[in-house]
Design a protein around this ligand. Structure first.
Ligand SMILES: Nc1ncnc2c1ncn2[C@@H]1O[C@H](COP(=O)(O)OP(=O)(O)OP(=O)(O)O)[C@@H](O)[C@H]1O
Ligand SMILES: [Mg+2]
Length: 195
């Protein structure tokens, strides 16, 4: 286990946020909330510019995320999107993905942001271990033009186990698997002994 790796350091920080209860102190559904989550996970790690809105343009596959010139007004508008039901919340998540405010680590930070919105408004969260990687990435890819597939996929994985540490830990591992990072499991990091 490489304790200086991006995966180890940021996963351990996520576990600490959960175990300390600090995860519930983030602002929910706001740009500040997302920036704070991103900073908490990735500060001092190279290539993330943690907690800061990007000033460059980025793309994935054929898709170019929001132009950095328009990012701040876009983020203000996304922040104001409603969160009254599941579909509205996923539409907000899809728009935040289109914005992709950070240089790196958008997926992992924004999935935690999404779960906090679901928790607050629906008393539910996503059980990410039930969301297959290939399906997830495929449906996120088409989500800017058609969001119904990612909505269907995530709806099937909704759970009421919002306080279940195992659901959180396995979900964290799955979130890293989407990014191709799978060197060790969250359960192997003992956040109490391993300070
Ligand atoms: N072609 C695409 N078009 C739109 N969104 C995409 C595309 N490919 C991936 N995504 C979304 O972008 C996220 C990846 O963004 P980024 O690499 O900044 O975050 P990450 O945390 O490093 O990666 P990951 O989300 O894979 O863990 C994916 O999780 C997915 O939600
Ligand atoms: Mg990435």
């Amino acid at each position: 286990m490489d304790k200086s790796s991006e995966e180890y350091i940021s996963k351990k920080r996520a576990i600490d946020l959960w175990d300390s209860g600090k995860i519930d102190n983030f602002e929910v559904g706001t740009v500040k909330g997302l920036m704070d989550i991103h900073y908490a996970l990735f500060h001092d790690l190279e290539g993330f510019d943690a907690g800061k809105i990007r000033k460059v343009n980025i793309s994935k596959g054929n898709f170019r995320f929001a132009n950095s010139m328009y990012l701040e007004p876009a983020l203000d508008a996304i922040e104001r999107m409603p969160e009254n039901n599941f579909d509205q919340i996923i539409e907000k998540y899809v728009e935040m993905n289109v914005a992709h405010p950070f240089i790196e680590g958008n997926g992992r930070a924004t999935r935690i942001w999404l779960d906090l919105i679901l928790k607050k408004n629906l008393d539910k969260c996503i059980d990410w271990q039930r969301v297959d990687k290939v399906d997830y990435l495929e449906f996120m890819k088409i989500s800017p033009v058609r969001s119904k597939y990612i909505k269907m996929l995530l709806k099937e994985a909704l759970t009421e186990k919002i306080s279940d540490r195992e659901v959180f830990m396995k979900g964290l591992d799955q979130s890293y698997i989407y990014e191709g990072l799978d060197d060790f499991k969250a359960e192997e990091i003992d956040s109490k002994l391993d300070k």
